[in-house]
Write a protein that binds this ligand. Structure first.
Ligand code: NAG
Ligand code: NAG
Ligand code: NAG
Length: 414
């Protein structure tokens, strides 16, 4: 009757129970029944008393949770806590829940105002690079207005969306991409759409005003997306999050996305071929690139990727180098969702790895993605590029040199 009776013994199948054992069994079942009755009536009584009589254990588990000493990790603990479904339902239903200050610290009322409390929470804040400080002050802001949009660019469902991280002054790189691997339209019988992702300049950085030229370019090619935030290295994560946001609104049916830098060369023909060979099952969680595993944060403050211990502790999840990675549109929608639950990190590709991990996924390494370039002796070999998917870095002139090698059918490669 009870297949998993917690009585401590299992009756022998088909065996003859002794009278004594039968009695013991009966007594135990009776006991269990009485216990059940008591429990039910007890819980009924508690419910009748209404919400305020529910007893809250004096020590909730979050009062025992140790606050991380590193700022990012602490912020992530806070988000994990808020998004924990059990806590979530308690918080919205139970007015008696009280949080320790560090878990309840949601910063200034407007998350896009600099958070003045941040410098006090990071021991070595004053010795951090200026850009890093800026990142920390604005870390909670995720919404910036769009200045240039192409809301209908995906009207015809793209098979492949090429989303290229660019910067305002890189006119030449964008043009080289348009003339080569980012040539939009039908490639190898599949619909390919190219978009360039741009931020803005801030007066504090003293850049010349190129917006007139940019408007002209947007009008001419209709392939620019621009948001009004300061386009810097530490804000690349913002570019990622804003792109995912845009994608879920304006292009959710695109089948695949290649997101990369404007100084990579992409074998678009090879990529389309690779994607066509995917099974539907494989395509669902598809995410490939030049994967870096078991990396630790860089603690050398002279390097671009420096992150101090006061900000992040622990190992990085596996992540695909930001030069370029390829993933499915369906996964992009889930990443968009997951990204709300991951605190912005100053390195964009690590951040994407963190979002994947949140979904229980990891990127897969593909040998055709060469974000650290190929051996110098192969760089001028036309046939080598046929077997590559993506290589970093190439100048506009190199792109125009290599592209014909990819598409020329008469090139004889053994
Ligand atoms: C969080 O803090 C605010 C004031 O800072 C307080 O009004 C609110 O009740 C706190 N919420 C919880 C759930 O502890
Ligand atoms: C990121 O962009 C915001 C909005 O323009 C800006 O306030 C902040 O300083 C930028 N962060 C960095 C690290 O440049
Ligand atoms: C987004 O997340 C919510 C809750 O975390 C979930 O209910 C929803 O199904 C998710 N949507 C997608 C597209 O994954």
């Amino acid at each position: 009757m009870f297949p998993n009776v917690p009585f401590g013994f299992v009756t022998q199948r088909g065996g003859n129970m002794s009278a004594c054992r039968k009695k013991l069994c009966m007594i135990m079942m009776l006991n269990a029944f009485v216990c059940l009755l008591v429990c039910v009536s007890w819980s009924l009584r508690r419910h009748k008393g209404g919400r305020h009589s529910v007893r809250i254990p004096s020590k909730r588990f979050w009062h025992q949770q140790e606050k991380s000493k590193s700022f990012w990790n602490k912020e992530q603990q806070r988000l994990d806590f808020i998004f924990n479904p059990i806590v979530n339902s308690l918080l919205s239903s139970d007015s008696l829940v009280e949080l320790p200050d560090w878990l309840n610290d949601s910063g200034p009322p407007d998350p896009c105002q600099p958070d003045e409390k941040v410098p006090m929470q990071i021991m070595d804040y004053n010795s951090l690079p200026k850009g890093f400080q800026d990142f920390l002050l604005h870390m909670r802001c995720r919404t910036y207005p769009m200045l240039i949009n192409q809301p209908h660019v995906c009207a015809e469902r793209p098979f492949l969306l090429l989303a290229v991280k660019s910067m305002i002054p890189h006119f030449e790189r964008r043009q080289a991409i348009r003339e080569t691997w980012g040539r939009a339209g039908v490639v190898a019988n599949r619909m390919v759409v190219t978009l360039f992702l741009l931020g803005n300049t801030s007066p504090v950085d003293h850049f010349p005003d190129l917006l007139g030229m940019l408007d002209h370019e947007a009008e001419l090619h209709k392939d620019l997306l621009q948001w009004d935030y300061r386009d810097t290295f530490y804000n690349l994560t913002l570019k990622e999050v804003l792109f995912l946001d845009w994608f879920s609104k304006h292009c959710p049916h695109a089948q695949f996305i290649l997101k990369g830098d404007d100084d990579v060369f992409v074998n678009t023909v090879g990529i389309v071929g690779l994607l066509e060979g995917l099974s539907e099952k494989k395509a669902k969680d598809f995410f490939i690139g030049d994967v870096i595993s078991d990396a630790w944060p860089n603690r050398n403050h002279r390097l671009k990727y420096f992150v101090p211990e006061s900000v992040f502790e622990g190992r990085y999840p596996s992540y695909a180098g930001g030069g370029g990675y390829l993933y499915s549109g369906e996964l992009a929608l889930r990443l968009h969702n997951a990204s709300r639950q991951v605190v912005l990190y100053p390195i964009d590709d690590v951040y994407t790895g963190m979002c994947l991990k949140k979904l229980g996924l990891a990127p897969e390494k593909h040998a055709g993605f060469r974000t650290f370039d190929i051996d110098a002796k192969y760089r001028d070999n036309p046939c080598v590029y046929r077997n590559l998917m993506l290589v970093h870095s190439r100048t506009p002139q190199e792109m125009l040199t290599i592209w014909p090698w990819i598409i020329h059918p008469e090139l004889d490669c053994q």
